[in-house]
Design a protein around this ligand. Structure first.
Ligand SMILES: O=C(O)CCC(=O)C(=O)O
Ligand SMILES: [Fe+2]
Length: 351
């Protein structure tokens, strides 16, 4: 099955689930404007376009939808939590994510970081915009320890408990932000990401990152409507202007962030191996590095399998060459990684 078919199945399965119980009447009403047939893919995509716009501005709608997805995952797909009894340290990180929008993740052994860095240094990058150059997906998947860290049960448990549903790995990537460039470009300027109804990213620095080597910069407490409401109130003399700036202006200047939020972003620095989880629905940027370039690995976890470009999936033989632990073939890991790894039809649930 291609990743497109994989995506379609999940969305159709969810639609059937939403249409079954009056608990989800809110979603049925939206869907019924487009079709009565839950297997109509074009209606499903119209439904999500509408629901996305509503839920982006309303935490209650978003949470109601997350509850529906959780029920779909548990009851229809029979997915179990990654760790059934949530460890105390995991819970503390979930709380930090909810509160601030970011949290340190877990320590990674230095020899793993070294092996990852050495791997990437042997591969070629593709220039993106003069300031940033990225590695191919294949180089990321083949990087030693990368998938293993992305699937660390504790990392997944933080992500799962923050998102409220079994996550899907949507994007795996690695890139250099090059030092000594003239001016910040694209994601080096403040912005919000729109990757999913709810999502978060794991960042792993493979180089030492201080203030001059391009840290990730995050404006704490800007990742939910509820929290942004505080800033709307603070800017009540110019609410419309604030909302237009917050929602419509793709790239936001440092001065505007300071003016509207009354504070600057937190610079997340640390030696190679530093890793953290961030909800980049909050306002953020990757600071333009001054002196030394930054090598970053990143994993995006979301609640739906919707991605801009569905990646090709590795088949069983290709996966075997990666020598990954056998747990990857079992649930919920096979589900979480299904956009990248294809273990064959028998290994996947009915999504
Ligand atoms: O380079 C960074 O630190 C941030 C990049 C970014 O905007 C993102 O990962 O969403
Ligand atoms: Fe971003």
């Amino acid at each position: 099955m291609s990743s497109q078919q994989q995506m379609a199945q999940w969305f159709l399965g969810l639609q059937n689930h939403l249409m079954r119980s009056s608990e989800w009447a809110y979603f049925q009403n939206i869907y019924n404007q487009f079709s009565q047939n839950p297997s109509d893919l074009s209606a499903v995509s119209q439904f999500h376009r509408d629901l996305w716009n509503i839920s982006f501005a309303d935490d209650n709608v978003r949470n109601h939808f997350l509850n529906a997805v959780r029920e779909y995952h548990q009851n229809q797909l029979q997915l179990k939590p990654v760790i059934s009894k949530i460890p105390v340290d995991v819970m503390a990180k979930v709380n930090a994510l909810e509160e601030k929008g970011h949290t340190p993740a877990f320590e990674i052994a230095p020899e793993k970081i070294k092996a990852m860095r050495e791997h990437f240094e042997k591969r070629h990058t593709k220039d993106l915009n003069g300031n940033i150059s990225e590695y191919a997906l294949k180089d990321c998947i083949e990087a030693p320890h990368f998938l293993e860290i992305a699937n660390d049960p504790k990392v997944l448990s933080v992500v799962e408990n923050y998102l409220g549903v079994t996550p899907t790995i949507k994007v795996i990537e690695a890139w250099w932000s090059h030092a000594k460039k003239e001016e910040a470009k694209d994601a080096q300027l403040y912005h919000l990401d729109y990757d999913d109804y709810k999502f978060c990213k794991l960042f792993i620095y493979l180089t030492d990152v201080n203030e001059d080597s391009g840290p990730h910069v995050y404006v704490e407490g800007t990742h939910t409507c509820e929290k942004v409401k505080d800033y709307v109130l603070k800017n009540s003399h110019r609410t419309e202007e604030f909302m237009a700036w917050y929602l419509k202006k793709l790239r936001k200047s440092d001065a505007e962030v300071k003016e509207y939020f009354g504070k600057e972003g937190q610079k997340l620095c640390g030696p190679a191996g530093t890793n953290f989880i961030v909800d980049t629905r909050g306002v953020h940027k990757g600071l333009l590095p001054k002196n030394t370039s930054r090598l970053l690995c990143q994993v995006t976890y979301g609640i739906t399998p919707q991605v801009p470009v569905p990646p090709p999936r590795l088949n069983k033989d290709e996966i075997e060459k990666l020598k990954m632990p056998s747990t990857f073939q079992s649930m919920p890991y096979a589900f979480i990684n299904r956009l990248f790894l294809d273990f064959g039809e028998s290994s996947v649930p009915r999504y």
